[in-house]
Design a protein around this ligand. Structure first.
Ligand code: URA
Length: 438
């Protein structure tokens, strides 16, 4: 577009000006074509992080990112068809359990999913712990899997919202993740491109989430729900706590194994509660059950009768993965070093800072510190005690799964600094904090 230039738009956003839809679209499309440099987009993203965006700008950014690529619109091939997305947390393996549970209950799930961002893990990185599993699927493969198995688990296609692919990788390494308009546009451009009929968003709140307080999380939830509904997608957002890591496992293969435990009915209580709730909500949203109570019963049945786990194994096999690793998770990649960190004192665990724990797992190699860094799928952490547990000094606190003994040693202080101890049992807060539906 004549007259537009990146430096001018960066300056205007830096100075707090609201940009027109045309200006935002020019910047996003020029960046996607490689005509605006990474360093300019980084500066723009930082300006947005500081200055924010109006609702109109956020919608314009979302639509521009959506229109940067093709639209799959799965609901035109199959209806109803669901998608679920978490804004990201530590130990959040919910998608790995909920997607097969929902599909096993008869509601197809079209899941395109991202890589780890900052201190949070990504479902594709977790899935790639499974030997042979192909997550780079063409659109026709994705649709084919969906119609045959009622479930497809794919990396975010680079053809869908490619602007987000580029911006997401840049934000991960430039400290520009924690922004309501950037997160809303990132998530919703991808979701609208996939185009389910029903979308459940899990907006995480707390130290391990990008939104540190409930007010910001609610604003993010409302922004995304409005964008979804305006685009014709039945959208609900849950708000859920991410103060301490979810479940016990943090790290890619370890989280796949814990998702399998959940599907076997042997998962930790907190993450299982979220999985049952999300499955029930999606089934009720799509009208497959009369209400959430019935949805809950269906989810529990799919755990009890093994159909959720069978669905995961079926889709892993269909995507070329070793289903035997799902049936027997001891066959997933294993770290050579396993060390237990003991409790440094006696008392109740009053808090476990999820962001600290997430960063410690990144430092082990479970996440990326620089764009494109490889992931070590085997490394990670097992929390042997959670908030509210009482331990004696010296009792096992955390199991570190590392590539080398030096690596395990190097994160000890960082890990222990995540813990707050108390002599009194702490007050525990609820995991599910509410929902936004319109
Ligand atoms: N998840 C996304 O897909 N995008 C973000 O910006 C944050 C979390």
């Amino acid at each position: 577009m004549a007259g537009m230039n990146a430096v001018d738009l960066i300056r205007r956003k830096r100075d707090g000006e609201a940009l027109s839809a045309e200006a935002i679209d020019w910047l996003v499309q020029s960046y996607t074509r490689g005509e605006v440099a990474d360093y300019q987009m980084s500066a723009f993203l930082m300006a947005v992080l500081w200055r924010g965006m109006s609702r109109a700008e956020t919608v314009a950014l979302t639509l521009s990112m959506l229109h940067s690529g093709v639209e799959l619109l799965v609901r035109e091939h199959l209806t109803p068809v669901a998608d679920k997305h978490s804004t990201g947390g530590v130990g959040d393996k919910v998608t790995l359990a909920v997607a097969p549970l929902v599909a096993a209950c008869g509601l197809p799930v079209a899941k395109m999913t991202g890589r780890g961002l900052g201190h949070t893990g990504g479902t594709v990185d977790k899935l790639e712990s499974i030997g042979g599993l192909r997550t780079e699927l063409s659109q026709s493969e994705f649709l084919d899997l969906l119609s045959k198995h009622g479930l497809a688990l794919s990396a975010q296609s680079s053809e869908l919202a490619p602007a987000d692919g580029k911006m997401y990788a840049l934000r991960d390494v430039t400290g520009t993740v924690e922004s309501i308009p950037l997160i809303a546009a990132s998530i919703m451009s991808k979701k609208l491109a996939v185009g389910p009929s029903h979308l459940l968003l899990d907006v995480k709140v707390g130290s391990g989430a990008f939104m540190k307080n409930e007010q910001d999380a609610r604003q993010l939830a409302e922004t995304m729900v409005r964008i979804g509904i305006d685009a014709g997608v039945r959208t609900v957002a849950l708000l859920s706590a991410m103060e301490q890591p979810l479940g016990r496992a943090i790290g890619n293969a370890l989280e796949v194994a814990e998702a399998v435990d959940i599907l076997r009915g042997a998962g930790p209580a907190d993450v299982t509660e979220i999985c049952l709730h999300e499955t029930a909500t999606l089934l009720a949203m799509a009208g497959l059950v009369a209400d959430e109570a019935e949805g809950h019963a269906s989810a529990e049945r799919a755990i009890r009768d093994g159909s959720g786990l069978a669905k995961l194994a079926e889709v892993v096999a269909a995507q070329g993965g070793e289903a035997a690793q799902i049936e027997d998770t001891s066959r997933l990649p294993v770290a050579p070093v396993r060390e237990t960190v003991p409790a440094p004192q006696s008392g109740y665990i009053a808090a476990i800072d999820a962001e600290h724990i997430g960063m410690a797992s990144v430092h082990l190699g479970a996440g990326r510190q620089r764009k494109g860094d490889p992931i070590d799928h085997a490394v990670g952490l097992m929390l042997l005690a959670k908030v509210g547990d009482h331990l004696e000094a010296g009792a096992p606190l955390i199991e570190v799964h590392a590539r080398t003994a030096e690596q395990a040693q190097s994160i000890r202080a960082e890990l222990l600094s995540a813990y707050i101890w108390s002599e009194q049992p702490p007050l525990t807060s609820p995991l599910l904090l509410g929902s936004v539906s319109s």
